[in-house]
Design a protein around this ligand. Structure first.
Ligand code: BGC
Length: 765
C-alpha cells in the first residue's frame, strides 16, 4: 500500500494520534486505514523483548535471545564486517519475534570513562564509532528489520540525563559528536534515529530543529524516521516543527491535545504533521520479512567468535600467554565462577545459554579468593596464596562488579573492588606467573599492572565468554583486538576529571577527548587508544601516497596466523588553528598467515584533512599520514585560516589538566538558562527542596523500589535515577500518569518557593 494514499485518507486527528505510541513497545495500529502496529525492542547487543505482563521495574524480564558481547568489546574488533554479522543475527532474531525496529546501536562517544552507559557505546573516536555503528545497522537491515541509531546527540552522561543541558561549542559538536552519527547515517541509512533525552545548548533534542532537520535531514540527506527516547518527548508542538516524528511510549494525551489545538489555531503547520505521519506510515507499511528460523547454535558460535576477534591482549611479559595444556593452572576470582557478561538497563539480554570459563575448562582447579561483590577476607586470601604458590600459572578473573555499569547512573571512580585488588596483590607476590582477565565495559585503574605478567581485556563478553576466553588463553585463537578508547593511569588524568557529571554538562575540553587530549597534553596513559598485542608480530613497509590513496604493506613476521589492525592517522601542518596532534582517518583489519604480506590501501577524502570553521575547511599546508610507525607527507592546497585572538597560550593550544570555565567560554557563547521557577523540566529531587509533598513522594518511591528490588539489585540505581533525577515530563510519559498530577506538584512547589522568597529564613525540610 502506498503510504501517500493512506495519508490522504487520514483525518488530522488520526495523523496526530499516529505520531504517539500505543504502548511501551508498539505504535498504533489503525485498522480503518489498514495501518499495522510497528513493534520496537532493545537493543544494541541482543534482543530484549519484554515478557508479556512485565512491569516498569521488570527491565530484565525478557524472552531469551543471544547475548552478544557489548559494544565496549566489539568495538575493539575494529571490524565493521564483524559488526554486520552480529547485526544480521540480531535482525534474524528480531524477525522471528515479530520485531520491526531494533533500538540500537548507540553512536555516542566516550567522553569520560565514568559514564554508566559507556559499555553500550563503541569508542572515543568518531570515525571508529560511526563505522562500527554503520556495520551493525547494515547487518540488522539486511534482514528486512529496521535499526534505530541512538542517542542523537551529546547524551554523554547518565546523571540527570532527561533534564541536563549538554553545552558544547559548534566545532566540537561537528568534529566529534555529530561526525559519529553522520558516518552511520550516510553509510547505512538507518530506518530510525532516536533523539536523545538531554538538551543541546538549551534545546531538548526532541525539539531541536537545527539537529533534526537542518543537519540530519538537509545536510546529511536522512530520509528515515526520528523517534524520541522513551519518555523523551518534551514539547509535542515544537517537536513536530523540529522534525521529531514519533513519541514513545507516547502515553501523553495532553501533548496530543496541545498539538491538535496548535494545528487548529494555526501555530503548527499541517505540513509538519503530514511529514511526520508519512515517515511513520512508510515504515509501518513496508513489506515485512517472513519470520524465519533462528539458528541459536550458530548465533552462539558467532558470539564466541566476536570475543575471540575483539579481546585485547594488553600486556604479555615473557610471553606467558598462551598457556600450554601441560601447565598446572589455577583459576581465581568470583568472576571465573559467575561471569559478568553484560551491563544493566535497557540493553540487558536474557541469554539463551551461558558458557562460563569453568564450563569451558572443567579440568582446571578453581579457588575463589574473593566474593562476587569484590570483597574478600583473610581466609579467602590465605587459601588463594596457598593455591597460587603450588600452581605454575594463576589466571585471575577481575573487573567491575555488576552495580558499577548501568544505564541511568554514572560511576564515581574507576577503581576495582578492594577485595580483587588484594587478591591480585597476594597472588602476584607468591606467583610471578599471574594472568589477569579483565571484565568491564571500559577502563579501570590498574595500579597492579606491573606486578602481573599478562592482562587480557574481555570487555563485557556476552553468553559465549567461556569458550572464547579458553581459546584465547590457550592459543587456539590469537588475540587481535585493539583498544577503542584510551586507558588513563588514574581518573585524575582525564581532562574532564574535575567537572564531569554536573547538572548541566559543560563540554569544556572541546575537541580534546580521549587520545586527542592525552597526546596533545603529553599525559601518559596506561594503554593507548589503538593498543593491542598478539601472539605473533607484524612489520610495516613500503608506505606510499598514490594520488589520494595511502598504501602500505603489512607482513606477519611471527610463527602463528594472526590479524593486525592497520591504523591511519593524519597530523595537521604546524601552527594555525589549534588541532589534535593526529587523528584517526582510516583503519583496516587484515588476517595474515606466518610470513604472509598484504598491501592495504586507504582512500583519503577532503574530510580527512578538514576542520570545522562555520563549514568544513582544509587549511593549506603539509599534512603527515602515519601507519604502523611509517609516515608520508601530503601537501594540500587551501586557505590560511585566521587564528582566533584568544588562542595563543590558551588551554586549547597547550592543554594540560582540567580546563576552567573561563577557558571554555573562549570557544563560544554559552547562555546560562536562568530557571526562576519549577517546571515540567524539573526533577522530583529539585521539587523536594521546596515541596513537602514532593519530598514525601521521593522518599516513598525510594522506599518502594528498594523494597521491591532489594538494596543489592544492580537495577536499583537506574530506577531510582529514572524516577527521582528525571524530568517530570519524562517520568509522566514513561509512567503514563495524568499530566495534571505533575503540574499540580509543580504548582505547589512554586507556591512554596514564592512564600520562601518573602521569608527566606523558613526551612521546613
Ligand atoms: C533508553 C533507550 C532504550 C529505551 C527503551 C531508554 O531509557 O535510553 O536506549 O532504547 O529506553 O528501552
Amino acid at each position: 500500500m502506498d503510504h501517500q494514499d493512506v495519508l490522504s485518507k487520514m483525518t488530522e486527528k488520526d495523523k496526530i494520534a499516529l505520531c504517539s505510541g500505543q504502548n511501551a513497545w508498539s505504535t498504533k495500529a489503525m485498522a480503518k486505514y489498514g495501518i499495522p502496529a510497528m513493534v520496537c525492542a532493545d537493543g544494541p547487543h541482543g534482543l530484549r523483548v519484554q515478557e508479556p505482563g512485565a512491569g516498569l521495574t521488570d527491565v530484565h524480564r525478557s524472552r531469551p535471545a543471544t547475548c552478544f558481547p557489548a559494544a565496549a568489546l566489539t568495538a575493539c574488533s575494529w571490524d565493521p564486517a564483524l559488526l554486520e554479522e552480529m547485526g544480521r543475527a540480531i535482525g534474524t532474531e528480531a524477525e522471528s519475534s515479530g520485531v520491526d525496529l531494533v533500538l540500537g546501536p548507540g553512536a555516542n562517544l566516550k567522553r569520560d570513562p565514568r559514564c554508566g552507559r559507556n559499555f553500550e557505546y563503541f569508542s572515543e573516536d568518531p570515525l571508529l564509532s560511526g563505522a562500527l555503528a554503520a556495520g551493525e545497522i547494515a547487518g540488522i537491515q539486511k534482514t528486512g528489520v529496521g535499526a534505530c541509531l541512538k542517542h542523537f546527540v551529546c547524551n554523554n552522561q547518565e546523571y540527570r540525563r532527561t533534564a541536563s543541558d549538554s553545552r558544547v561549542d559548534e566545532r566540537t559538536l561537528r568534529e566529534l559528536y555529530l561526525t559519529a552519527f553522520e558516518i552511520a547515517v550516510r553509510e547505512a541509512k538507518p530506518a530510525a534515529v532516536m533523539a536523545a533525552y538531554n538538551m543541546v545548548n538549551g534545546i531538548y533534542c526532541s525539539d531541536h530543529k537545527e539537529l533534526l532537520t537542518d543537519i540530519l535531514r538537509h545536510q546529511w540527506g536522512y530520509e528515515g524516521l526520528v523517534v524520541t527516547d522513551w519518555g523523551g518527548m518534551h514539547d509535542r508542538v515544537a517537536a513536530f516543527e523540529a522534525g521529531c516524528d514519533l513519541s514513545m511510549p507516547g502515553k501523553n494525551p495532553a501533548q496530543v491535545r496541545a498539538a491538535r489545538r496548535a494545528v487548529n489555531g494555526g501555530r503548527l503547520s499541517r505540513e509538519a504533521v503530514d511529514e511526520s505521519a508519512a515517515r511513520i506510515l512508510k515504515l509501518a507499511l513496508r513489506e515485512r520479512p517472513a519470520p524465519g528460523q533462528t539458528d541459536w547454535a550458530a548465533h552462539h558460535r558467532l558470539a564466541a567468535r566476536m570475543v575471540r576477534e575483539s579481546a585485547v591482549l594488553l600486556q604479555n611479559k615473557d610471553q606467558l600467554l598462551p598457556l600450554s595444556p601441560e601447565q598446572n593452572v589455577v583459576l581465581m576470582g568470583a568472576m571465573a565462577a559467575s561471569p559478568r557478561i553484560q551491563g544493566t538497563g535497557s540493553s540487558h539480554v536474557h541469554p539463551v545459554q551461558l558458557t562460563g570459563i569453568r564450563d569451558a575448562l572443567p579440568g582446571l582447579s578453581y579457588v575463589p579468593g574473593c566474593r562476587e561483590d569484590g570483597s574478600t577476607d583473610e581466609m579467602l586470601l590465605a587459601e588463594a596464596a596457598r593455591a597460587a604458590s603450588q600452581a605454575q600459572t594463576v589466571v585471575i578473573f577481575a573487573g567491575f562488579p555488576e552495580q558499577a555499569e548501568t544505564e541511568g547512573a554514572d560511576r564515581r571512580d574507576l577503581k576495582m573492588p578492594e577485595g580483587q585488588l588484594r587478591l591480585i596483590e597476594t597472588v602476584s607476590a607468591v606467583n610471578p606467573n599471574t594472568v589477569v582477565v579483565l571484565t568491564s565495559g571500559g577502563p579501570v585503574e590498574c595500579p597492579w599492572a606491573e606486578h602481573v605478567k599478562s592482562i587480557l581485556y574481555v570487555g563485557l563478553p556476552g553468553q559465549a565468554c567461556g569458550e572464547a576466553i579458553g581459546d584465547l588463553i590457550y592459543g587456539r585463537a590469537n588475540p587481535c583486538g585493539r583498544l577503542a578508547e584510551s586507558w588513563p593511569i588514574r581518573l585524575e588524568d582525564c581532562p574532564t576529571a574535575a567537572y564531569y557529571g554536573a547538572q548541566n554538562a559543560q563540554y569544556r575540553e572541546g575537541i580534546y577527548v580521549g587520545y586527542r587530549y592525552y597526546e596533545k597534553a603529553g599525559v601518559p596513559v596506561r594503554w593507548a587508544f589503538g593498543h593491542g598485542l598478539s601472539y605473533t608480530t607484524f612489520a610495516y613497509s613500503d608506505l606510499r601516497l598514490i594520488g589520494d590513496v595511502v598504501t602500505v604493506s603489512v607482513t606477519n613476521t611471527g610463527d602463528r596466523p594472526g590479524a593486525e589492525v592497520a591504523q591511519l592517522y593524519i597530523a595537521p601542518p604546524a601552527g594555525g588553528i589549534h588541532r589534535p596532534i593526529r587523528e584517526l582517518k582510516g583503519f583496516l583489519k587484515v588476517k595474515l598467515e606466518p610470513g604472509q604480506t598484504k598491501t592495504l590501501g586507504f582512500q583519503l577524502e577532503e574530510r580527512s584533512f578538514a576542520l570545522w570553521q562555520g563549514g568544513w575547511v582544509v587549511p593549506g599546508g603539509v599534512y603527515t599520514a602515519t601507519v604502523g610507525g611509517l609516515s608520508v607527507d601530503i601537501p594540500r592546497q587551501g586557505p590560511e585560516l585566521p587564528v582566533p585572538q584568544w588562542q595563543p597560550g590558551s588551554w586549547y593550544e597547550h592543554p594540560c589538566g582540567c580546563p576552567k570555565e573561563e577557558d571554555w567560554k573562549m570557544l563560544g557563547r554559552f547562555e546560562e538558562k536562568q530557571e526562576t521557577a519549577y517546571s515540567m523540566d524539573s526533577t522530583l529531587t529539585d521539587l523536594a527542596q521546596d515541596s513537602r509533598l514532593a519530598a514525601m513522594l521521593a522518599r516513598g518511591i525510594c522506599w518502594y523500589l528498594t523494597r521491591q528490588l532489594g538494596e543489592d539489585d544492580p537495577l536499583l540505581p537506574m530506577l531510582l535515577q529514572s524516577s527521582l533525577e528525571a524530568s517530570l515530563c519524562s517520568v509522566q510519559s514513561n509512567a503514563g500518569l495524568p499530566r495534571c498530577w505533575f503540574e499540580l506538584l509543580v504548582k505547589l512547589a512554586n507556591r512554596k518557593q514564592k512564600r520562601e522568597a518573602k521569608s527566606p529564613a523558613c526551612n521546613t525540610l
